[in-house]
Structures are given as C-alpha cells and as structure tokens.
Ligand binder design. Structure first.
Ligand code: FAS
Ligand code: PHB
Length: 401
C-alpha cells in the first residue's frame, strides 16, 4: 500500500523548470512537491547552459534567489561574431537600451534553487524510480513512484511536467492529443570545460570554413568552449591536443588571436534539434521547459525558455487558487508558445548563419558570410540579433501572462 503525500501541485523533474516552478509557487503560498530521478549531487554538477537572459536574471533577483548570481555571475554587454578571420562586436547593451546577459552556469542556478527550496521547508525528493502520472484528465491527478523501493503516491490538483525531453510526462499524454514539430540538424557540438582563463572577456561565435566554434566561460579561470562536429562524434577520436588544435584554428584571426589552453575537466557531445509539442498542456498536466520544447543551443535559449514557461504557469495557478478561475490556465500553452516560437526562429537563424553545412557548391557559405556582413554592419540587423539574444520582454505589448 503506497503512502500518500497530499499537495496542491506535484512537479516531476528538479531541473531549472521544476525547481523554479516550485519556488515561484511557494512565493504565491501554493504548496508543491518536486520529485527527481537523479541524486542532488548529479543535478547540481550537470554542466549545461551558461547564458541567462535579462528577463531570467530579473526574475531570479525579484524572487530572492539572485544573490550569488549577482556576486559570481559575469554581466556581459556584448558578444562577438567572428568570420573571415575578423571579429565584429555587437554592443547589445547600447542596441537594446540597457539590457544585458549574465554568464552564470545552469548548475549554479539549480544549486541556488535547491538551497532556497530546502531552506523554505520545500519538499524535493531525489533518487525516485518508476514514476508515472495518472488522472490528469480529471480533477484529481496522481503521481506514482517508488523511493528506496517503497511505493509512494502524490495526490495533487495539478501536475507540472518538468522532466525534460526524455521524461515520462509528455509521452503520458494520450496519442493524438499532441502535435509535434521537429527539425534535426546534421551536426552536433563537442563541448569542453577547461581550466584556462577565457581568451576573451565576452562570448565569441565563430563561423569558420572548417566549422562553427563558440568561446564561452564559467568564470575568469574556467573556459567553456564548443566546436561543431557530427551528431554521433566519437569522443575517443578527440584527445585534448586535437581539440585545442581544432579550436585554435577555428578562432584564428588576421591579428593572431590565440586561446589560452589548460586541463580539460569535462567533455561531451550534444546533438542538435528544434522541437515543439503543441499544446503544452493536457487536462491538469502542464508541460514546461525541455519537456515541451528543445532549441539548438546556438541562441542560448533553452534554460531561459524554461524560466519563461514556469513564470506563466505559476501566475496562472496563483490566479486559479485566488479566484477559482481557470482562464489563465486555459491560455497557458498559447501564452508560452508565442515566446517559444520566437525563440525557435532565433535559435534556428543563429544556427543556420554560423554552422558549416556539408555539400553544395559553396553558395551557402558565401550567403552566410553576406548575412554576417549585414548583421555586423546594419544597425537594424544588429538590433534584431541583440533584442533576441538578451531576451524579449516577458509581457510584450498586447499580451498578459
Ligand atoms: P532538464 O532536462 O534540465 O531537467 C529535467 C529534470 O527531470 C532532470 O533533472 C531529469 O533528471 C529529471 N527527470 C527526467 N525524467 C524523470 C522522471 N521520470 N522522474 C523524475 N525526474 C525525471 N541550453 C542552453 O541554453 N545552452 C547550452 O549550452 C545548453 N547545453 C545543453 C547541453 C546538454 C547535454 C543538454 C541535454 C541540454 C543543454 N541545454 C542548453 C538545454 C538545457 O539547458 C535545457 O534547456 C534546460 O536544462 C531545461 O531545463 P528543464 O526543462 O528543467 O529540463
Ligand atoms: C555556454 O556558456 O554554455 C553557452 C553560451 C552560449 C550558447 C550556448 C552555450 O549559445
């Protein structure tokens, strides 16, 4: 016989979406329970996104979990686009009237959120197994799982499906109820974390004839670098010296730019896809973050979209518990999808402008160089990139969330 936990919102997944949703609900006086299949250490050490949009930074600060981010995060006013061995800075701060990005690892955000939830007496249950969701077509959804081999059940009013692209929530929605949109790219990213001071104060996106490369960072002593590779690249073929040689080539400039090299402490290959499930809800199950959509990381949108989704969902749930009205909940998916598709377009555009596409007669590469020339020489084109990169305002004119 399962022991039953009663709460208002059951949340599957302790990534940025699930943890931030639980935190925002807590601030609204709404109880939740988060369940997570991995250990706390695993989710706190999982290196993923690195760039926070202005809106995400503001949300974390406004809701009391931004103190360490303000202390340790790196505020950047611009990024560099590099092509034809020449760097071109996009002054995003000037172009957007004072909006910027903050470089602060996703795993740091996760640490801050877990600490805040536990400090507030929140329930985050790690290392669960055999998770399933039930009854979300009615008014008494259930989440069943085991913990240390013991059956458990969460009786709740709503379920937050925040369990990522490979989670169980989206697949639990009946066949035919969702429509999927997907684009799989013919390349991936080989990413490294290296104990080497970043060779640039700001991020560098490089379009090189051998392939795309990105210079990012996690601190003044820790570089985060990526190079375009095949989707199923074999890491065993990439010893450290080959990685550094390839990165040095792809960042070369006429003025002799060189990366600082150091010990590589983490490396991995990420395949790339664009994916959206519509609608992002079914009955009382609401999908948020990667459970609902995936973007290629070129636009640094994944984590930020997750934050935007749960900001909408927490406000809609608060409205329901305050007024009994489900009108904002009914509009959750429509409200989120406008931003999701704008981010899908921007991420696809950055990816198609910066990556090498095999085959063809070189037309695509020349077209890319012309597009990069336009983006870095036209104020209007630079502003388009800047507005999308720092993140669109949460509540654009004519929309309430
Ligand atoms: P997450 O996947 O982060 O979290 C889902 C959580 O649910 C996980 O902790 C998982 O363990 C848990 N879970 C899954 N199934 C479960 C179950 N059945 N029961 C309980 N828990 C379950 N974005 C960027 O912007 N820039 C990047 O550079 C970047 N790099 C990435 C690299 C990799 C390898 C991956 C996979 C993604 C990357 N992303 C990047 C995207 C990433 O940052 C996501 O957008 C972000 O993690 C979204 O957060 P969540 O929606 O919370 O999903
Ligand atoms: C990162 O720092 O991991 C990062 C930054 C920008 C991107 C993708 C990843 O577009």
């Amino acid at each position: 016989m399962a022991s039953v936990i009663r709460t208002q919102v059951g949340i599957v997944g302790a990534g940025p979406a699930g943890l931030l949703l639980s935190h925002l609900l807590h601030l609204e006086g709404i109880e939740s329970v988060v369940i997570e299949s991995h250990t706390r250490r695993h989710v706190e050490e999982r290196i993923r996104a690195g760039v926070l949009e202005q809106g995400t930074v503001d949300l974390l600060n406004e809701t009391g979990v931004g103190e360490r981010m303000r202390r340790e995060g790196l505020v950047h006013h611009g990024i560099e686009l590099r092509f034809n061995r020449q760097g071109h800075r996009i002054d995003m701060y000037e172009l957007t009237g004072g909006r910027a990005i903050t470089v602060y690892g996703q795993h740091e955000v996760v640490k801050d959120l877990i600490r805040a939830r536990l400090h507030a007496g929140g329930q985050v249950c790690f290392e669960v197994d055999r998770v399933s969701v039930h009854g979300f077509d009615g008014t008494s959804p259930r989440i069943r799982f085991t913990k240390d081999g013991e059956p458990r059940e969460i009786a709740c009013d709503f379920i937050g499906g925040c369990d990522g692209f490979h989670g169980i929530c989206r697949p639990s929605i009946p066949d035919g109820a969702l429509r999927f949109f997907e684009k799989v790219y013919p390349f991936g990213w080989l990413g490294i974390l290296a104990e080497a001071p970043p060779a640039s104060e700001e991020l560098i996106y490089s379009n090189h004839e051998r392939g795309f490369a990105l210079l990012s960072m996690r601190s003044q002593a820790l570089s985060r670098l990526y190079l375009q590779c095949t989707p199923e690249e074999d890491l065993a073929q990439w010893p450290d010296d080959r990685i550094w040689r390839e990165l040095q080539t792809r960042f070369e400039t006429a003025s002799g730019f060189r990366l600082h090299e150091g010990a590589i402490v983490q490396k991995g290959v990420t395949a790339m896809r664009s994916f959206v499930a519509e609608p992002m809800q079914h009955g009382r199950l609401f999908l948020a973050g990667d459970a609902a959509h995936i973007v290629p990381p070129t636009g640094a949108k994944g984590l930020n979209l997750a934050a935007a989704d749960v900001r909408v969902l927490s406000r809609a749930l608060a409205h329901y518990y305050r007024t009994g009205s489900g009108e904002l909940l009914d509009r959750y998916s429509t409200t989120c999808l406008r931003r999701v598709w704008r981010a899908q377009h921007f991420s696809w555009w950055m990816t198609s402008m910066l990556h090498r596409f095999e085959g063809g007669d070189g037309f695509d590469h020349r077209r890319q160089l012309a597009e990069l020339d336009n983006v870095t020489s036209s104020r209007a084109a630079s502003a388009h990139l800047a507005e999308n990169y720092v993140g669109l305002p949460f509540d654009p004119p004519g929309e309430t969330s």
